[in-house]
Unconditional design. Structure first.
Length: 296
């Protein structure tokens, strides 16, 4: 069964319940949510997230908890050379993992971090140290920390499969870590996702093992391969294109893995219902963006 959804919001009085309703409105059977604004650490108490009603709706609608993904805020940098900022990152990520568990989500996606100052090896050591501490702080929970493949902006760690392997090799409990494979990011990092996804997967499998992939971010890219810019495009409208992305979405090895759209809004309108419909029909609609612009 195809597991397909998108990023959804969580705000207002309904909070998590609103997230589930939004996902269902797109006819999705998976979704990803931030527990608050991704640019800051302001968070409501778990008791205010309306979790019980959200769970009730998921159960009645057939949405599986295993197909719900949380994304950690961008501002966490476990590789920050400032020990106080690293400690804060560990503390905040620990609470995010606990929130993820309370929401019954199976995993939390994490941008590994940035090598401030340029020492990538030291950054990898700090990231692994931080992840180990978070796992220790949340012993007994089953939430996976999914390290995301990165585009390579600035000093981002995780732009190569080898860097992700270096981190994971240093994790004591590897049952608690996985990989989020972002199609735009890997393309922008220089991997030939468009024309040789099988070759890319063969390389990933040899370095890390395909079993580590627990979620896909399915995004087209506004940039040519290797641009290292991380600018998402609507499904089928970028340098990756519809046919290449469809091969990934429907790849036999990953049908059991949630596929999450993070494509741009069109004139402040979420494109996810239309994109999900297009993917399910397996037919490209070149007018999708224009139709959304003209939608009353």
């Amino acid at each position: 069964m195809l597991l397909l959804g998108s990023h959804v919001g969580m705000s207002g009085d309904e909070m998590y319940l609103a997230s589930v309703k939004e996902a269902l409105s797109y006819q999705a059977n998976a979704f990803m949510v931030y527990t608050g604004a991704p640019q800051n650490t302001l968070r409501k108490k778990v008791s205010e997230l309306n979790i019980a009603k959200a769970i009730e709706l998921m159960e009645s609608s057939g949405l599986s908890f295993d197909h719900v993904v949380v994304h950690a805020p961008y501002i966490i940098n476990l590789a920050n050379p400032d020990p106080e900022k690293r400690a804060f990152g560990v503390s905040f990520l620990t609470e995010e993992v606990k929130r993820t568990d309370a929401m019954k989500a199976s995993q939390i996606v994490l941008h590994p971090g940035s090598a401030v100052g340029g020492d990538r090896y030291q950054a990898i050591l700090w990231i692994a140290e931080g992840v180990n501490q978070v796992i220790q702080n949340t012993a007994g929970l089953k939430v996976k920390i999914a390290l995301e493949t990165m585009a390579g902006k600035g000093n981002e760690i995780g732009k190569t499969f080898e860097e992700l392997k270096q981190i994971i090799d240093l994790i004591h409990d590897q049952s608690r870590v996985s990989v989020c494979f972002d199609t735009c990011h890997t393309h922008d990092a220089g991997y030939d996702v468009k024309d040789d996804f099988e070759g890319v997967m063969k390389k990933f499998d040899a370095i890390l093992g395909k079993s580590y992939i627990s979620v896909f971010h399915i995004n087209d890219s506004k940039n040519p391969k290797g641009a290292a810019k991380d600018r998402h495009e609507n499904f089928g409208f970028g340098f990756l294109g519809f046919d290449s992305l469809m091969k990934i979405v429907y790849h036999n090895d990953f049908m059991h893995i949630p596929k999450i759209l993070e494509t741009p809004y069109v004139d402040d309108r979420p494109p996810y219902f239309e994109e999900i419909e297009m993917i399910k029909r397996q037919t490209f609609d070149p007018m999708l963006v224009e139709n959304l612009k003209n939608k009353p």
